[in-house]
Design a protein around this ligand. Structure first.
Ligand code: ADP
Length: 447
């Protein structure tokens, strides 16, 4: 078992991992940039090491500085959290070379599932439903045109190494496809260091449904059912929930089982999320596999009772999964609201600065994952998420009521946050009916 773990991240997820380490009896070493020198969770760490200046490339994305900190602190393992270095196969490899356990998949397994083209190949073999489209990367413009003619327009060009909603182009006819292929390849090369692109069917109206899976080093993989993350703005999730409302259970069960099979077939150890778009007839099409713990993992924890972060640490330490698929039972409904330091009234302009008022909700079924305390200064250098409110109740209706109640107790100032938006969403009639699509929020904000 690990004695000491380094957390190569910041903010709420750093604190989430620190808490898991302490509950497992492990020491937690935090790294921080100069912008985070006063972060309150550093006081809870067994050791905190400054790794550089505020810009991520000089600190949280700097592999040699993180490895140096790991060696100085003599840690057994590194947890990368989400974002930053979490999906970098080269980082996983450097850890292995330095004999430090990377809490996440091996570079090989990450290569198989983290690359969208490769993942699609494995998915087909595991009978995970994928979008109709090109088999592998597109080399020539003509190839793309032929694929599109076969599957029909609209199509979307995507980068094999893409992420963060970047490098995608929707093409509604052959002329646009022809003019966009070479551009997309150049753009992908510049942005991701890998120019491979592929073409798939573009789905106009869909819901985002994803499956949480845990794989261990002994060839087991168990899914923890699905989450619906359709409430999005600019491809960024705003609200997530589990289970997905109005989804036929038999259908989703098949998809979840296939997702677990996919993870197993890649000999993948750790937490993975298989993301899908679901059309009106509840057909599923795989988008990609995220090879790390996700922001929205708590909703799954609340409905299954499985601590995903602790499990990811135990898996890396070589422990077999302590449960089988049949042991995973869904209990009630959970909803997460991402609290961002942004002003919803000013086009979500980032609202960095000092938080004077920070009054948290409480009571039954309310969980707050946040590193913020009163007096905390939100640095302008990083992601604007400052915490998550997650509620759990017996039914979806009760969870919505509970979320509204909790939000009414949640006071933050003087910085602006997305709390007022969440209050509005939790009372929205269409959201309450369930099954809103991924463009719902943008339509609501426009209207
Ligand atoms: P990234 O890794 O950049 O997040 P994804 O493949 O997960 O890329 O896609 C991000 C978003 O782009 C999806 O949530 C969806 O809104 C849209 N998208 C991607 N592929 C398609 C598609 N084939 N049809 C419709 N929308 C798509």
């Amino acid at each position: 078992m690990f004695k000491r773990v380094l957390i190569a991240n910041r903010g709420e997820i750093a604190l989430r991992i620190l808490r898991a380490c302490h509950e497992l009896g492990m020491e937690a070493v935090c790294v921080y940039s100069k912008a985070d020198a006063d972060a309150p969770y550093l006081k809870l760490a067994d050791r905190a090491i400054c790794i550089g200046e505020a810009p991520s490339k000089d600190s949280y994305l700097n592999i040699s500085r993180i490895i140096s900190a790991a060696e100085i602190a003599d840690v057994d393992a590194i947890h990368p959290g989400y974002g930053f270095l979490s999906e970098r196969a080269d980082f996983s490899e450097v850890c292995r070379d330095c004999k430090i356990e990377f809490i996440g998949p091996s570079p090989e397994a990450m290569g198989k599932l983290g690359d969208k083209v490769e993942a699609k190949r494995y998915a087909k073999a595991a009978k995970v439903p994928v979008f109709p489209g090109s088999e592998g990367a597109i080399e020539e413009e003509q190839e793309a045109v032929e694929v599109a003619a076969e599957i029909g327009y609209p199509v979307i060009i995507k980068a094999a190494a893409g992420g963060g909603g970047r490098g995608m182009r929707v093409c509604r006819n052959e002329a646009t496809l022809r003019t966009n292929i070479a551009k997309a390849q150049q753009e992908a090369l510049a942005a991701f260091g890998n120019g491979a692109v592929f073409v798939e069917k573009f789905l106009e109206d869909a819901r985002h449904v994803e499956v949480q899976v845990l794989g261990d080093k002994h060839g087991h993989a168990v899914h923890l059912w699905e989450r619906d993350c359709s409430m999005q703005r600019r491809h960024q999730k705003v609200v997530e929930e589990a289970p997905g409302p109005l989804i036929e259970r038999k259908k989703i069960q098949g998809v979840c089982e296939a997702a677990a099979k996919l993870v197993k077939s890649a000999e993948y150890a750790g937490a993975a999320t298989v993301e899908f778009l679901m059309d009106k007839d509840q057909n599923f099409y795989m988008l990609e596999v995220n090879t790390r713990v996700q922001v929205e993992h708590p909703v799954t924890e609340l409905i299954t009772g499985v601590d995903i972060v602790k499990q990811s640490i135990l898996i890396a330490a070589g422990e077999p999964l302590p449960f089988k698929q049949k042991d995973i039972k869904v209990n009630g409904h959970a909803i997460e609201c991402r609290i961002n330091a942004e002003d919803p009234d000013r086009d979500f302009m980032p609202s960095a600065g000092k938080i004077e008022t920070w009054e948290l909700p409480g009571g039954p079924g309310v969980r707050i994952d946040s590193h913020v305390v009163p007096g905390y200064y939100v640095p302008p250098n990083y992601d604007s998420m400052i915490g998550k409110l997650i509620v759990h109740a017996e039914t979806r209706e009760a969870a919505l009521t509970r979320a509204s109640r909790a939000l009414s107790e949640f006071n933050v100032g003087p910085i602006k946050t997305t709390i007022p938006l969440h209050k509005r969403l939790m009372r929205n009639a269409a959201f309450a009916r369930g099954g809103v699509d991924i463009h719902f929020l943008e339509r609501l904000l426009k209207g």
